[in-house]
Design a protein around this ligand. Sequence first.
Ligand SMILES: [Zn+2]
Ligand SMILES: [Zn+2]
Length: 374
Amino acid sequence: MINKQTLLTSLLLLLYVAAFAQFDLNHQSNNLFIKPNVRQQILIPDITGYHTLKGDFHIHTIFSDGSVWPTVRVEEAWREGLDVIAITDHLEYQPHKDYTVADNNTAYKLAQRKAEEMNVILVKGTEITKGEVPPGHFNAIFIDDANPIENKDASLSIEAAVKQGAFIIWNHPGWKRQQPDTTKWWDYYTTLKSKNMLHGIEVANSNEWYPIAIDWCIDKDLTVFSNSDIHAPVNLKYNLSERHAHRPITLIFAREKSMQSVKEALFEGRTIAWHGHTLAGKESIMRELVKASIQLKPTFRETQKKGTTWYYAELNNISDIPFVLRDKDGNEIDLKPLSSVIVKFDKKTAALNYKVMNAFIGSERRLEINITPQ
Ligand SMILES: [Zn+2]
Ligand SMILES: [Zn+2]
């Protein structure tokens, strides 16, 4: 009879031989250092009647002064959890033109199939690039053909884009190279607006944001944007390895995830600029977003102390956006993404009042919210 140890040894030997028999000496894979092909989820709740989509409407490729191939822009966006992007190469500034013999629609054409495969909405766009302000730089998005938009005269360029049904954004209004001493609204933009040739403004661009531009968006009914204006690979510019890190993002509140719904949302002004930890936008939509993100759970404890009844409840942030809440006494609550804090209050029926310190609804105005305990 074979003892147990002999059986085990024989089995191990058999396995060893079997493993070596299959071990290919010519080719082995080692995927330890390969980045998995996964999409990061950006968790931001929908608001009543609308889906919350994440977009970037200002991106460059090698077809102007960027250093990235168009399909890579789509992959970057997909990995980061974006739903919609616009590639907006300069019409007037194409330093690689000797090597990219092509027309102004090529970047879009090259990226289109990849966008369809990855379910990223790719909006056709271009940047109209005039040095000084005014006119400055504009993104024309939802265009059909970039070629007839090219024109020495900025107004004629914009007019040609608008004829195609384009949405026009005034880019980086406070870029110091264009407005060194101030961020000013000029009559030129009033004229454009009156002709329905200006629809939105970048409140944030790259690592800059312009608080004064929030007032313009509100006073003049223009759509707010936070765009990256990325030229380099996204990983070289932004430290995306940290959880909750993201490029500048425009949140779009759309009826559904489709090109037409995004266009409708932009023309109806349903956006919020999300830049670092800062949010900027119109009060009504900001209120909806904060209301959907922050929830007060039912009171879980009551306690008596010196004649006062104290109530305890959990304040829950279900989104990837951090919120800094300031109460009427000036105490601040740092409500981090996907986390909760316990709040204590002395009247169960009264609403909890907070100023949301990172939610701007004007250059100096922050959103104020009331949350009623249950
Ligand atoms: Zn520009
Ligand atoms: Zn640009």
